[in-house]
Design a protein around this ligand. Structure first.
Ligand SMILES: *[C@@H]1O[C@H](CO)[C@@H](O)[C@H](O)[C@H]1NC(C)=O
Ligand SMILES: *[C@@H]1O[C@H](CO)[C@@H](O)[C@H](O)[C@H]1NC(C)=O
Ligand SMILES: *[C@@H]1O[C@H](CO)[C@@H](O)[C@H](O)[C@H]1NC(C)=O
Ligand SMILES: *[C@@H]1O[C@H](CO)[C@@H](O)[C@H](O)[C@H]1NC(C)=O
Ligand SMILES: *[C@@H]1O[C@H](CO)[C@@H](O)[C@H](O)[C@H]1NC(C)=O
Length: 296
């Protein structure tokens, strides 16, 4: 009796394993999605490379600078699939800054949040801390948080400009030396708008790295107009950091009497004058012409 049961069991095991093996061998295997090698501090999630800051919550601008130092920017989430793939990697009960994102049906995070007045830096003339930034959580919900609140964040590795962006850069930008520049004279903007416009073009606000580059760039500027570049001291008064690299100690070429610190933190503009092209420190809240730069 026992022996028969054993035989039956063996038969069942052999048949079931052989059929599943047969099915396995006969089923053409789906091509494995190419696992990207991201390098540096980035890891692949889907087809993009991300860095998720899980420990050091920071204010929005500080998060931007840290992403820049790693060769990235705040993550741009373009689909519900991307949002869900990233959300799975996040800690629960935390919020993460990302690039401005709108995914239909996912909004709602932080809607009833009280503005914490104690946290609001109320030094008049500083960076506009009422700036609303996008956050996401581990349930794949999106929402907003004030830029002065400390939050975790998700960076995405900088990629080469897309083919379409390259074509537009060639078409609309002026090439000087190795760099391409786009001068926006007709539609002045506040810093955060200019920052996003340049990024959408596949570039960034211009960063003259030395005197020769500044002289080259000045050839295409209108005299007397102030143009925003990539430097500001929003994070630390008097420390002019490049948003593109996240680094301090950048090349500067101040006009006489600059940097003017009377109004607190602000942006840096360049202005072409009869004496040459020089930098000025200007208040943050006004719109300015600006210069985007790209390398392709
Ligand atoms: C990035 O990686 C380097 C080593 O490859 C490490 O020293 C650095 O701390 C990392 N940065 C962050 C923000 O994790
Ligand atoms: C994510 O945010 C939603 C609000 O939109 C909230 O109901 C949910 O509990 C949050 N998830 C986590 C894991 O914190
Ligand atoms: C902000 O300003 C108010 C008065 O306008 C003052 O009572 C408060 O202490 C200030 N808070 C900080 C953090 O400086
Ligand atoms: C300045 O422009 C000249 C002529 O277009 C170019 O040859 C040179 O490489 C440029 N220099 C820099 C530092 O960009
Ligand atoms: C700060 O930004 C908000 C929203 O963008 C705007 O309404 C407000 O006027 C700004 N405040 C200053 C002082 O620039």
């Amino acid at each position: 009796m026992k022996f028969e049961i054993l035989i039956i069991l063996i038969v069942i095991i052999v048949v079931s394993s052989s059929t599943s093996l047969g099915t396995y061998l006969r089923t053409p295997r789906a091509p494995q999605p190419q696992q990207r090698i991201c390098g540096g501090n980035f890891t692949a999630i889907g087809s993009k490379c991300y860095y998720i800051e899980k420990d050091n919550a920071q204010e929005w601008l500080s998060a931007i600078y840290q992403c820049s130092r790693m060769g990235g920017h705040l993550a741009s989430i373009e689909s519900v699939q991307e949002l869900d793939a990233i959300s799975k990697e996040l800690k629960s009960n935390s919020e993460y800054f990302v690039e401005k994102t709108y995914i239909p049906g996912r909004h709602g995070l932080g809607e009833n949040r009280q503005i914490e007045p104690g946290l609001q830096k109320n030094i008049t003339g500083t960076w506009n801390y009422s700036y609303e930034c996008t956050v996401i959580n581990s349930s794949g919900r999106t929402g907003t948080a004030m830029g002065y609140l400390n939050r975790l964040f998700v960076c995405e590795k900088n990629e080469e400009p897309t083919q379409e962006q390259k074509q537009n850069i060639i078409k609309y930008y002026k090439k000087i030396g190795e760099k391409y520049y786009y001068i926006e004279n007709s539609d002045p903007a506040q810093w955060n708008i200019a920052f996003h416009v340049c990024k959408d073009w596949g570039g960034h606000l211009a960063t003259p790295r030395n005197e020769l580059e500044l002289i080259n760039l000045s050839k295409i500027l209108e005299p007397g107009i102030q143009y925003l570049i990539d430097l500001n001291d929003y994070l630390e008064e008097g420390q002019f950091m490049s948003v593109t690299t996240g680094l301090k100690n950048n090349y500067v070429s101040w006009a006489a009497g600059e940097p003017n610190m009377e109004f607190g933190v602000g942006n840096v503009v360049i202005e072409k004058t009869e004496l040459g092209t020089y930098m000025r420190h200007v208040p943050h809240q006004y719109p300015y012409s600006y210069i985007c730069e790209a390398s392709i």
